[in-house]
Design a binder for this molecule. Structure first.
Ligand SMILES: NC(=O)c1ccc[n+]([C@@H]2O[C@H](COP(=O)([O-])OP(=O)(O)OC[C@H]3O[C@@H](n4cnc5c(N)ncnc54)[C@H](OP(=O)(O)O)[C@@H]3O)[C@@H](O)[C@H]2O)c1
Length: 253
Protein backbone atom coordinates (compact mmCIF):
# COMPACT_ATOMS: atom_id res chain seq x y z
CA UNK A 1 0.00 0.00 0.00
CA UNK A 2 1.42 3.38 -0.99
CA UNK A 3 -0.53 6.23 0.57
CA UNK A 4 2.32 8.70 -0.22
CA UNK A 5 1.75 8.38 -3.95
CA UNK A 6 1.09 11.57 -5.93
CA UNK A 7 -2.16 10.29 -7.44
CA UNK A 8 -4.74 10.43 -4.65
CA UNK A 9 -7.49 7.89 -4.04
CA UNK A 10 -10.97 8.48 -2.65
CA UNK A 11 -13.83 6.15 -1.73
CA UNK A 12 -17.33 7.65 -1.83
CA UNK A 13 -20.50 6.07 -0.43
CA UNK A 14 -23.77 6.91 -2.18
CA UNK A 15 -21.86 7.52 -5.43
CA UNK A 16 -24.63 6.33 -7.78
CA UNK A 17 -26.44 9.68 -7.91
CA UNK A 18 -26.61 13.29 -6.71
CA UNK A 19 -23.82 14.73 -4.60
CA UNK A 20 -21.77 11.50 -4.47
CA UNK A 21 -21.84 11.13 -8.25
CA UNK A 22 -21.01 14.83 -8.80
CA UNK A 23 -18.12 14.58 -6.33
CA UNK A 24 -16.84 11.49 -8.18
CA UNK A 25 -16.83 13.51 -11.44
CA UNK A 26 -15.00 16.44 -9.79
CA UNK A 27 -12.40 14.13 -8.26
CA UNK A 28 -11.95 12.25 -11.55
CA UNK A 29 -11.27 15.57 -13.33
CA UNK A 30 -8.50 16.20 -10.79
CA UNK A 31 -6.95 12.76 -11.32
CA UNK A 32 -8.14 10.91 -8.22
CA UNK A 33 -8.48 7.13 -8.38
CA UNK A 34 -11.95 6.22 -7.15
CA UNK A 35 -13.81 3.56 -5.19
CA UNK A 36 -17.55 4.07 -5.70
CA UNK A 37 -20.18 2.31 -3.58
CA UNK A 38 -23.96 2.26 -3.18
CA UNK A 39 -26.75 -0.34 -3.33
CA UNK A 40 -27.47 -0.17 -7.09
CA UNK A 41 -24.77 -1.88 -9.18
CA UNK A 42 -26.17 -0.81 -12.57
CA UNK A 43 -26.26 2.84 -11.54
CA UNK A 44 -22.64 2.63 -10.34
CA UNK A 45 -21.60 0.98 -13.63
CA UNK A 46 -23.26 3.84 -15.51
CA UNK A 47 -21.42 6.43 -13.39
CA UNK A 48 -18.12 4.67 -14.12
CA UNK A 49 -18.87 4.56 -17.87
CA UNK A 50 -19.88 8.24 -17.93
CA UNK A 51 -16.75 9.32 -16.05
CA UNK A 52 -14.49 7.27 -18.35
CA UNK A 53 -16.20 8.83 -21.41
CA UNK A 54 -16.07 12.42 -20.17
CA UNK A 55 -12.78 12.49 -18.33
CA UNK A 56 -9.48 12.23 -20.16
CA UNK A 57 -7.47 11.38 -17.02
CA UNK A 58 -6.13 7.85 -16.82
CA UNK A 59 -7.66 6.91 -13.47
CA UNK A 60 -8.69 3.65 -11.86
CA UNK A 61 -12.38 3.37 -10.88
CA UNK A 62 -13.50 0.38 -8.79
CA UNK A 63 -17.14 -0.18 -7.83
CA UNK A 64 -18.76 -2.31 -5.10
CA UNK A 65 -22.32 -2.66 -3.87
CA UNK A 66 -22.86 -1.71 -0.24
CA UNK A 67 -25.90 -1.08 1.94
CA UNK A 68 -24.69 1.09 4.84
CA UNK A 69 -27.67 -0.14 6.89
CA UNK A 70 -25.79 -3.50 7.05
CA UNK A 71 -23.07 -2.00 9.21
CA UNK A 72 -20.95 -5.17 9.57
CA UNK A 73 -20.43 -5.24 5.77
CA UNK A 74 -18.88 -1.76 5.53
CA UNK A 75 -15.29 -2.42 6.71
CA UNK A 76 -14.78 -5.50 4.46
CA UNK A 77 -15.97 -3.50 1.41
CA UNK A 78 -13.73 -0.51 2.25
CA UNK A 79 -10.74 -2.83 2.84
CA UNK A 80 -11.35 -4.68 -0.43
CA UNK A 81 -11.51 -1.44 -2.40
CA UNK A 82 -8.51 0.04 -0.62
CA UNK A 83 -6.40 -3.06 -1.31
CA UNK A 84 -7.36 -3.03 -4.98
CA UNK A 85 -6.69 0.70 -5.30
CA UNK A 86 -3.33 0.54 -3.46
CA UNK A 87 -4.36 2.53 -0.37
CA UNK A 88 -6.94 5.24 0.28
CA UNK A 89 -6.46 8.92 1.09
CA UNK A 90 -10.07 10.06 1.54
CA UNK A 91 -13.31 8.29 2.50
CA UNK A 92 -16.55 10.24 2.03
CA UNK A 93 -19.56 9.12 4.12
CA UNK A 94 -22.23 10.57 1.84
CA UNK A 95 -24.97 7.90 1.50
CA UNK A 96 -28.30 9.10 2.82
CA UNK A 97 -32.06 9.24 2.35
CA UNK A 98 -34.86 11.59 3.24
CA UNK A 99 -38.47 10.87 4.15
CA UNK A 100 -41.41 12.98 5.19
CA UNK A 101 -43.35 11.72 8.21
CA UNK A 102 -45.70 13.37 10.69
CA UNK A 103 -45.01 12.31 14.28
CA UNK A 104 -47.69 10.09 15.84
CA UNK A 105 -49.34 8.96 12.60
CA UNK A 106 -48.41 5.28 12.90
CA UNK A 107 -45.37 5.42 10.63
CA UNK A 108 -42.47 5.30 13.07
CA UNK A 109 -40.73 2.69 10.89
CA UNK A 110 -40.11 5.50 8.36
CA UNK A 111 -38.22 7.51 10.99
CA UNK A 112 -36.35 4.42 12.18
CA UNK A 113 -35.15 3.78 8.62
CA UNK A 114 -33.88 7.35 8.24
CA UNK A 115 -31.90 7.05 11.48
CA UNK A 116 -30.63 3.58 10.49
CA UNK A 117 -29.18 4.85 7.20
CA UNK A 118 -28.31 8.51 7.84
CA UNK A 119 -27.00 8.23 11.40
CA UNK A 120 -26.14 4.61 12.26
CA UNK A 121 -25.00 3.82 8.70
CA UNK A 122 -23.01 7.05 8.46
CA UNK A 123 -21.40 6.50 11.89
CA UNK A 124 -20.56 2.91 10.91
CA UNK A 125 -18.94 4.20 7.70
CA UNK A 126 -16.82 6.66 9.70
CA UNK A 127 -15.92 3.93 12.21
CA UNK A 128 -14.82 1.60 9.39
CA UNK A 129 -12.89 4.42 7.70
CA UNK A 130 -11.13 5.22 10.99
CA UNK A 131 -10.19 1.53 11.46
CA UNK A 132 -8.69 1.45 7.96
CA UNK A 133 -6.85 4.76 8.44
CA UNK A 134 -5.51 3.80 11.88
CA UNK A 135 -3.80 0.81 10.19
CA UNK A 136 -2.59 3.06 7.38
CA UNK A 137 -1.46 5.67 9.94
CA UNK A 138 -3.00 8.46 7.86
CA UNK A 139 -6.19 9.44 6.10
CA UNK A 140 -9.02 11.92 5.73
CA UNK A 141 -12.67 11.23 6.62
CA UNK A 142 -15.40 13.42 5.12
CA UNK A 143 -18.98 13.30 6.41
CA UNK A 144 -21.93 14.81 4.53
CA UNK A 145 -24.30 16.30 7.09
CA UNK A 146 -26.78 19.13 6.34
CA UNK A 147 -27.74 22.65 7.40
CA UNK A 148 -30.71 20.92 9.07
CA UNK A 149 -28.19 19.99 11.79
CA UNK A 150 -28.96 23.50 13.13
CA UNK A 151 -32.75 23.29 13.09
CA UNK A 152 -35.45 20.61 13.38
CA UNK A 153 -37.66 20.79 10.28
CA UNK A 154 -41.35 19.92 10.90
CA UNK A 155 -42.21 16.79 8.89
CA UNK A 156 -38.51 15.83 8.69
CA UNK A 157 -37.83 15.31 12.38
CA UNK A 158 -35.87 12.09 11.90
CA UNK A 159 -33.86 13.55 9.01
CA UNK A 160 -32.96 16.71 10.98
CA UNK A 161 -32.06 14.60 14.04
CA UNK A 162 -29.91 12.26 11.96
CA UNK A 163 -27.89 15.20 10.63
CA UNK A 164 -27.60 16.96 14.02
CA UNK A 165 -26.41 13.65 15.50
CA UNK A 166 -23.94 13.06 12.67
CA UNK A 167 -22.45 16.57 13.00
CA UNK A 168 -21.93 16.10 16.74
CA UNK A 169 -20.50 12.61 16.19
CA UNK A 170 -18.02 13.91 13.61
CA UNK A 171 -16.95 16.74 15.92
CA UNK A 172 -16.14 14.23 18.67
CA UNK A 173 -14.36 11.88 16.26
CA UNK A 174 -12.30 14.80 14.90
CA UNK A 175 -10.98 15.36 18.43
CA UNK A 176 -10.23 11.65 18.91
CA UNK A 177 -8.34 11.27 15.64
CA UNK A 178 -6.46 14.58 15.54
CA UNK A 179 -3.32 13.05 17.03
CA UNK A 180 -3.54 9.98 14.77
CA UNK A 181 -2.82 11.92 11.57
CA UNK A 182 -6.45 11.41 10.47
CA UNK A 183 -8.39 14.54 9.46
CA UNK A 184 -12.17 14.80 9.71
CA UNK A 185 -14.18 17.25 7.58
CA UNK A 186 -17.90 17.86 8.12
CA UNK A 187 -19.79 19.26 5.14
CA UNK A 188 -23.20 20.88 5.66
CA UNK A 189 -24.97 21.31 2.31
CA UNK A 190 -27.92 23.67 1.92
CA UNK A 191 -30.39 22.71 -0.83
CA UNK A 192 -28.65 20.88 -3.68
CA UNK A 193 -30.52 19.88 -6.84
CA UNK A 194 -30.52 16.04 -6.57
CA UNK A 195 -33.02 13.12 -6.41
CA UNK A 196 -33.32 13.54 -2.60
CA UNK A 197 -34.33 17.18 -3.05
CA UNK A 198 -37.32 16.11 -5.17
CA UNK A 199 -39.04 15.02 -1.93
CA UNK A 200 -38.57 18.46 -0.42
CA UNK A 201 -41.12 21.26 -0.78
CA UNK A 202 -39.55 24.67 -1.32
CA UNK A 203 -35.80 24.68 -1.94
CA UNK A 204 -34.48 28.15 -1.13
CA UNK A 205 -31.05 29.06 -2.53
CA UNK A 206 -30.78 25.70 -4.36
CA UNK A 207 -27.57 25.10 -6.38
CA UNK A 208 -26.57 22.35 -8.81
CA UNK A 209 -24.83 19.18 -7.64
CA UNK A 210 -21.86 20.04 -9.87
CA UNK A 211 -21.40 23.46 -8.29
CA UNK A 212 -21.80 22.00 -4.81
CA UNK A 213 -19.28 19.22 -5.53
CA UNK A 214 -16.70 21.76 -6.73
CA UNK A 215 -17.03 23.73 -3.48
CA UNK A 216 -16.95 20.53 -1.42
CA UNK A 217 -13.75 19.28 -3.07
CA UNK A 218 -12.10 22.64 -2.51
CA UNK A 219 -12.95 22.43 1.24
CA UNK A 220 -11.78 18.80 1.38
CA UNK A 221 -8.43 19.62 -0.24
CA UNK A 222 -7.95 22.49 2.23
CA UNK A 223 -8.67 19.95 5.02
CA UNK A 224 -11.29 22.24 6.60
CA UNK A 225 -12.92 20.98 9.81
CA UNK A 226 -16.46 22.10 9.09
CA UNK A 227 -18.00 23.91 6.13
CA UNK A 228 -21.36 25.00 4.79
CA UNK A 229 -22.03 24.63 1.03
CA UNK A 230 -22.84 27.09 -0.40
CA UNK A 231 -21.34 29.28 2.33
CA UNK A 232 -23.66 32.19 1.52
CA UNK A 233 -26.39 32.68 2.50
CA UNK A 234 -26.39 29.53 4.70
CA UNK A 235 -23.63 30.58 7.13
CA UNK A 236 -25.71 33.70 7.91
CA UNK A 237 -29.00 31.75 8.07
CA UNK A 238 -27.58 29.11 10.44
CA UNK A 239 -26.06 31.82 12.65
CA UNK A 240 -29.45 33.59 12.83
CA UNK A 241 -31.13 30.28 13.72
CA UNK A 242 -28.86 29.94 16.76
CA UNK A 243 -29.43 33.58 17.82
CA UNK A 244 -33.16 34.12 17.20
CA UNK A 245 -35.90 32.91 19.59
CA UNK A 246 -37.37 29.53 18.48
CA UNK A 247 -40.83 31.11 18.05
CA UNK A 248 -39.50 33.39 15.31
CA UNK A 249 -37.50 30.62 13.58
CA UNK A 250 -40.58 28.34 13.66
CA UNK A 251 -42.61 30.92 11.71
CA UNK A 252 -40.14 30.68 8.83
CA UNK A 253 -40.33 26.86 8.56
N1 LIG B 1 -29.66 17.31 -1.87
C1 LIG B 1 -29.73 18.11 -0.81
O1 LIG B 1 -30.37 19.19 -0.85
C2 LIG B 1 -28.97 17.73 0.45
C3 LIG B 1 -28.89 18.70 1.47
C4 LIG B 1 -28.21 18.38 2.63
C5 LIG B 1 -27.62 17.14 2.78
N2 LIG B 1 -27.71 16.22 1.78
C6 LIG B 1 -27.08 14.91 1.99
O2 LIG B 1 -26.27 14.57 0.90
C7 LIG B 1 -26.15 13.15 0.81
C8 LIG B 1 -26.39 12.71 -0.62
O3 LIG B 1 -27.71 13.01 -0.98
P1 LIG B 1 -28.14 13.46 -2.45
O4 LIG B 1 -28.81 14.77 -2.32
O5 LIG B 1 -27.02 13.29 -3.38
O6 LIG B 1 -29.31 12.39 -2.73
P2 LIG B 1 -29.44 11.22 -3.81
O7 LIG B 1 -29.21 11.73 -5.18
O8 LIG B 1 -30.73 10.55 -3.51
O9 LIG B 1 -28.22 10.26 -3.44
C9 LIG B 1 -28.23 9.43 -2.32
C10 LIG B 1 -27.18 8.37 -2.50
O10 LIG B 1 -27.13 7.56 -1.33
C11 LIG B 1 -27.20 6.19 -1.72
N3 LIG B 1 -27.84 5.43 -0.65
C12 LIG B 1 -29.07 5.61 -0.12
N4 LIG B 1 -29.29 4.69 0.83
C13 LIG B 1 -28.18 3.90 0.90
C14 LIG B 1 -27.81 2.79 1.67
N5 LIG B 1 -28.62 2.25 2.59
N6 LIG B 1 -26.57 2.26 1.50
C15 LIG B 1 -25.73 2.77 0.58
N7 LIG B 1 -26.03 3.83 -0.21
C16 LIG B 1 -27.25 4.39 -0.04
C17 LIG B 1 -27.97 6.18 -3.04
O11 LIG B 1 -27.58 5.08 -3.85
P3 LIG B 1 -28.34 3.68 -3.99
O12 LIG B 1 -29.80 3.97 -4.13
O13 LIG B 1 -27.73 3.11 -5.23
O14 LIG B 1 -27.98 2.91 -2.78
C18 LIG B 1 -27.47 7.46 -3.68
O15 LIG B 1 -26.26 7.22 -4.37
C19 LIG B 1 -27.16 12.59 1.82
O16 LIG B 1 -26.51 12.20 3.00
C20 LIG B 1 -28.08 13.77 2.08
O17 LIG B 1 -28.71 13.72 3.34
C21 LIG B 1 -28.38 16.49 0.61
Amino acid sequence: MNADKLQKTAIITGASSGIGKALAFEMAQKGYNLGLVSRRLEALEQVRTDIKQQCSNNINIEIETLDVAEDHTILPVLEKLSNTLGGTDIIVANAGITAVNRTGTGNFSVDRNVIQINLIGAMATVDAAAALFRKQKKGHIVGISSVTAWVGIPGSSAYSSSKAGFTTYLQAVRGELRKKNIQVTTIHPGFIDTDIAENMGSKPFVISAKKAAGQMLSAIEKKKSSVIVPNLPWSVVTKLITLLPEKIVARAL
